[in-house]
Design a protein around this ligand. Structure first.
Ligand SMILES: Nc1ncnc2c1ncn2[C@@H]1O[C@H](COP(=O)(O)OP(=O)(O)OP(=O)(O)O)[C@@H](O)[C@H]1O
Length: 228
């Protein structure tokens, strides 16, 4: 589903962000990618989205070698990956329902599908009664739920969350993680890049740890700081 084969990424001439990273994340897995600031987590995410190219090595997603995907097919590649960010990235002048609907409109989905799907997905994320609220009328946790609904509405096979609980208090974060877990149980591959030690420790999922651009640990039911 996601495979890195000896991937190195150098920014500019001399910033070594990833060094010979090899990993494989299978379909339906839930994986935390952890590591200090600057360890290379966002670089992994950007490579998967094909926002940047590796300096060496190969990245495969959904069975395809990304370097073989022509430019015109990149939007389709990205649509197969739902993305959730720390700062939610919601459109402020659209309601929760409109934010989710908009994500479907831009990918050319039919009105009828949008009309049925949007309430379903907002119910799944626990926001059935807040569909008509604008982002500034929602709490941080609720806004993150809207952004997860938006990322998941077309049921992409992969969902990537980059620091999804970074702006949330611990209690709200638990709810967000439970939601990601639920989405994973439906069969979606979920990759969460995070610093959130408590969350990683509670979830007991696979943990891949990066340090200075290298994988230093890969544990099936890991904690943030397992013994090496
Ligand atoms: N566009 C860029 N140009 C130059 N250097 C970069 C660029 N993006 C990232 N880097 C560097 O690459 C290294 C890895 O950065 P990356 O953003 O992947 O880390 P991270 O683990 O996601 O950090 P954070 O948790 O702070 O987001 C860092 O040294 C960073 O300064």
């Amino acid at each position: 589903m996601i495979r890195f084969d000896n991937v190195t990424k150098v920014y500019g001439n001399d910033v070594l962000a990833l060094e010979r990273v090899s990993m494989e994340i299978g379909q339906g897995e839930f994986v935390f990618l952890v590591g200090a600031s600057g360890s290379g987590k966002s670089t992994v995410v950007r490579l998967i989205l094909k926002e940047i190219e590796p300096s060496a090595g190969t990245v495969y997603v959904n069975g395809r070698r990304l370097s073989a995907i022509p430019r015109r097919q990149i939007p389709r590649h990205r649509r197969s990956i739902g993305c959730v960010f720390q700062d939610f990235k919601l459109l402020p002048n659209k309601t929760a329902a409109e934010n989710v609907a908009y994500a479907m409109e831009v990918t050319g989905q039919r009105r009828r599908a949008i009309r049925t799907k949007v309430p379903q997905i907002l119910e799944l994320v626990g926001l059935a009664n807040k569909m008509d609220k604008y982002p500034d009328q929602l709490s941080g946790g609720e806004q993150q739920r809207v952004s997860i609904a938006r990322a998941f509405v077309s049921q992409p096979p992969i969902l990537i969350a980059d620091e999804p609980t970074g702006n949330l208090d611990p209690e709200t974060s638990v709810g967000i993680m439970q939601l990601l877990h639920r989405i994973n149980r439906i069969g979606t591959t979920v990759l969460v890049a995070t610093h959130d030690k408590e969350m990683v420790d509670v979830m007991r999922k696979r943990v891949i740890a990066l340090e200075d651009g290298r994988i230093v640990r890969d544990r099936v039911k890991g904690a943030y700081l397992d013994e090496v």
